[in-house]
Design a protein around this ligand. Structure first.
Ligand code: AMP
Ligand code: ZN
Length: 148
C-alpha cells in the first residue's frame, strides 16, 4: 500500500500553505495549483507544485489534477530557468515513504540543474544491483501486464 500515512487537510502543512495560514515564498498559482520555493532547496530556485485540493499521493489524484500539476510545473520550470540561468531541470515526485515522501500532500519538485552541481541521484549504483537475470525481464513484463 503506497499511502499508509495519516494525512488529512487538518494536519497538512501544504494545505496550510495553500490557505495562507503558514507563510511561503509563493511563485505561482492558478485555480487548481499552487507553487512555492522549497525551504530546503536541492539547488536555489527549487520549487514545489501542489494541487490546491488535498490529496496524499498519485493514487488519490484524478488524471485532470495530475495534468494541471504538470502544466503548472512546466510554466514554473521555464520561469526558474529564465531567472536562474539553468538549462536543465528535474521534475520529481517522491510517491510513498520508501520513495522519500515526507509531506503527504502530493507535490512535484522542480529542481534546476547545472553541469557542475553536486546533486547526485545515484541510479548507476542502484542499476548495478537491480540487474535482470536471464529471462527475468519477460517475467516482470508479464507480471506488470496482468494489472494493465
Ligand atoms: P518530499 O520528501 O518529496 O515529501 O518533499 C517535501 C519537501 O517539502 C522537502 O523538500 C522540504 O524541504 C519541503 N518543505 C517542507 N516544509 C516546507 C515549507 N514550510 N515550505 C517550503 N518547503 C517545505
Ligand atoms: Zn494537504
Amino acid at each position: 500500500m503506497i499511502n499508509d500515512e495519516v494525512s488529512t487537510m487538518d494536519n497538512c502543512i501544504f494545505c496550510k500553505i495553500v490557505a495562507g495560514q503558514i507563510p511561503s515564498a509563493k511563485v505561482y498559482e492558478d485555480h487548481e495549483t499552487f507553487a512555492f520555493l522549497d525551504i530546503a532547496p536541492a539547488n536555489k530556485g527549487h520549487c514545489l507544485v501542489v494541487p490546491k485540493k488535498h490529496m496524499a499521493t498519485v493514487e488519490e489524484a484524478a488524471p485532470e489534477a495530475l495534468a494541471a500539476m504538470m502544466r503548472a510545473a512546466k510554466k514554473v520550470a521555464r520561469a526558474i530557468s529564465s531567472a536562474q540561468g539553468n538549462t536543465a531541470y528535474n521534475i520529481v515526485v517522491n510517491n510513498g515513504r520508501e520513495a522519500g515522501q515526507i509531506v503527504f500532500h502530493l507535490h512535484l519538485h522542480v529542481i534546476p540543474r547545472y553541469a557542475d552541481d553536486e546533486l547526485v541521484i545515484d541510479w548507476e549504483r542502484a542499476k548495478r544491483r537491480a540487474k535482470y537475470a536471464s529471462g527475468e525481464i519477460e517475467q516482470v513484463r508479464l507480471a506488470i501486464g496482468k494489472f494493465l
